[in-house]
Design a protein around this ligand. Structure first.
Ligand code: ARG
Length: 263
């Protein structure tokens, strides 16, 4: 009688311990998991970059754009739910290395330096640097930047480009966290010029007749999706990107957000 009681007591204990293990955290870094319920992937972005990612206050408070649609299409295809988190462009890689976000879509160019810290998919869209200024400032060439103050986004390759230009022409480089701040400082005369991607500048120029610019065709820059180093998702993302190129879905998105002028 006593023995029987002992055994059942022990088995209850064991069953209890096992089920406790089963409900403990998944510890794999990605948020929310479980049979039947979709895993969530958190996309980090810098929503200052129309038409890639921005908030159109006339439409709502949500972050919209080419990158958001693209990320949604890919993660949906792979069976994930997507959440979008906004932060300064210069903080994105650090945030992903800290495990706070699972992927980055921010019109981000896969540079060598960045590729040491994160993995990149294939490039999904290309653009060029543009030197932007006010129409009456007569800045038409790199030489015209002599003695001028040039604004660029913090942590962007436009900053690197400005440093490269500074080796030839005497310029003062100024950083801003967000692209609309750069355009604002250009408007008020705090900056004489700025370096911004042509595809993004196009939108600002359509809304503001005082702005003008010329493209530096020499160095084309592309955008790619960043994932944590060694992530198995990179290959799956590449597979879906390729599918989307082939089935016309990518062209559809490009037409929707860039007006279909890109070849
Ligand atoms: N393509 C440039 C880079 O990788 C600029 C990207 C800026 N993106 C943004 N969402 N503000 O540095």
């Amino acid at each position: 009688m006593k023995k029987w009681f002992m055994y059942s007591f022990i088995s209850i204990l064991v069953v209890g311990m096992l089920s406790a293990c089963g409900t403990s955290g998944n510890g794999d870094g990605t948020s929310g998991e479980g049979e039947g319920e979709k895993k969530v992937l958190v996309m980090g972005t810098s929503a200052d970059y129309p038409p890639f990612e921005y908030i159109d206050t006339e439409v709502g408070e949500e972050i919209i754009g080419f990158d958001v649609d693209l990320a949604k299409a890919i993660t949906e295809e792979l069976g994930y739910e997507l959440k979008v988190q906004d932060m300064d462009f210069g903080s994105l890689i650090t945030a992903m290395k800290a495990g706070n976000i699972d992927l980055i879509l921010a019109g981000m160019t896969p540079t060598e330096d960045r590729a040491e810290q994160v993995d990149f998919t294939e490039i999904y869209y290309t653009a060029n640097h543009m030197i932007v200024s006010l129409k009456d400032s007569n800045i038409n060439s790199l030489e015209d930047l002599e003695g001028k103050t040039v604004g660029v986004q913090m942590g962007s390759i436009q900053y690197d480009k400005a440093e490269e230009i500074a080796e030839e022409v005497n310029i003062t480089i100024e950083n801003r966290d967000r692209v609309p701040q750069i355009v604002q400082d250009l408007k008020t005369g705090r900056f004489d010029a700025a370096i911004i991607e042509d595809t993004v500048m196009k939108g600002f120029m359509e809304k503001d007749a005082d702005l003008t610019g010329f493209t530096l065709d020499s160095d084309e820059e592309g955008s790619a999706i960043a994932l944590p180093k060694g992530s198995e998702l990179t290959e799956e993302f590449n597979r879906v990107l390729k599918e989307m190129e082939e089935n016309g879905k990518m062209e559809e998105l490009i037409n929707k957000w860039f007006g279909g002028e890109e070849e």
